[in-house]
Design a protein around this ligand. Structure first.
Ligand SMILES: [Zn+2]
Length: 397
């Protein structure tokens, strides 16, 4: 197998040369000065560097950043697309979108010409057509992976979905979530490598189903055999301003079953997932731990330019940052609260209302398993629940 010298974080790989097939590993030429310089530029504040393929630098942890729903605009809506001279909707928050993998949920389809294909006149059905030029804004923001397992992937039919996958892929944005599309990345860690897999679930037949929990477990179990760290994202749950609470049981939206999310999230952790991150309700939800693994039930709307409610709790969002060991175990987590401002995008929020909401619903929904979230948004596992000691009955002599 040819060995490629490449450096980068997540998808930001910089390919600088490929030695011939016949060359043994130990006869590889040393990295060029240009490579070393590029390498140094990618070094983070703690000296942490990760790479796709081979680069012998320490990478003891996997750093991940997640956002909720992203819809950059729709040409089906009047004034639904920002002018290309306007600052990106991510411009004020892109410093948070850093990590080995930066994962968002892309809602809609990228096309300049395709007709609407999903609703066929149905009421309360929304279709989004995002101009293709806007995809570059996802690259500039720092995303490395984008989920398509959601209710807007087929807004322009299968053709629109496939064109979107192709465009995202051509820009190095690792689209995942359509059946069979599981993202695998290899991060360098000294002489070892860490394989990270990302699997997306939702409730539609073109993606792995979160409704079929038995099969979801089989999917995750299979992926866990191939990767050191397994990340599951899901798009499910009911929607709207009163949807900040999880379950209980099966959630529904209109006539659709949108999942028993607690049962699903715990089941995929049983099968080998190391972190589970959700979106779909358009509002934030709580964070709990199960078997030491974090579950964030909804990250809300990250950037939804037009056609979405952006008032009250629907305007609150944030970035979830996780740091995991190379074996998937949890090291640290942080929820950075933000908000959306209409016609601007995601922005910092001095009031930190999103954090207050996540802390409140975490306490309400997960009184014993909820993440312990500090005022700065960092969070830890809850203390172990002590079971009352079993009462021993003395046998009569
Ligand atoms: Zn959605």
């Amino acid at each position: 197998m040819p060995r490629l010298w490449a450096v980068g974080c997540g998808l930001g790989a910089l390919l600088v040369g490929a030695p011939s097939l016949a060359r043994a590993q130990d006869t590889l030429p040393p990295p060029s000065a240009a490579l070393i310089q590029a390498h140094m530029r990618l070094r983070g504040p703690e000296g942490h560097v990760c790479a796709i393929n081979f680069i012998p630098t320490p990478c003891p942890k996997v750093r991940l950043a997640f956002t909720g729903d992203i819809n950059l605009g729709s040409s089906f809506i009047k004034d639904g697309v920002p002018p290309d001279t306007q600052a990106s909707a991510f411009a004020q928050v892109d410093s948070l979108l850093v990590g080995d993998l930066v994962i968002g949920n892309f809602e809609g389809a990228l096309s300049d010409t395709l007709p609407a294909g999903k609703c066929d006149g149905a009421k309360n059905c929304f279709e989004f057509r995002t101009p293709r030029w806007m995809a570059q804004r996802l690259v500039d923001a720092g995303f490395t992976h984008l989920n398509q397992a959601n209710n807007h992937a087929t807004d322009l039919g299968v053709v629109g979905r496939e064109e979107t996958t192709h465009l995202l892929d051509s820009l190095g944005l690792n689209p995942y979530g359509i059946l069979g599309a599981i993202a695998f990345d290899t991060l360098g860690a000294g002489d070892t490598t860490t394989v990270v897999a990302v699997v997306g679930f939702t409730t539609y037949p073109f993606a792995y189903s979160l409704l079929d929990i038995a099969r979801a477990k089989v999917v995750v179990d299979s992926v866990a055999k191939l990767a050191d760290v397994v990340i599951v994202t899901f798009h499910g749950g009911t929607e709207g301003k009163s949807a900040t609470r999880v379950g209980p049981g099966m959630e529904r939206m209109g006539g659709e079953r949108r999942g028993d999310l607690k049962k699903f999230a715990r089941a995929v952790i049983d099968a080998g997932a190391d972190a589970v991150v959700g979106h779909g309700p358009h509002v934030l939800r709580g964070i709990e731990f199960y078997k030491g693994r974090p579950i964030a039930y909804s990250l809300g709307n990250f950037v939804t330019w037009a056609g979405f409610n952006m008032t009250g709790v629907n305007a609150l969002n944030g970035v979830l940052q996780l740091e995991l060991q190379g074996n998937g175990s949890f090291t640290s987590g942080r929820f950075v609260p933000l908000k959306q401002v209409k016609w601007v995008g995601a922005v910092p929020d001095r009031n930190r209302a999103a954090l207050a909401l996540v802390r409140r619903v975490t306490r309400l929904d997960f009184p014993t398993t909820g993440a312990v979230i500090a005022a700065d948004g960092s969070f830890t596992q809850p203390p172990a629940v002590r079971r009352p000691a079993a009462t021993r009955t003395r046998r009569a002599p």
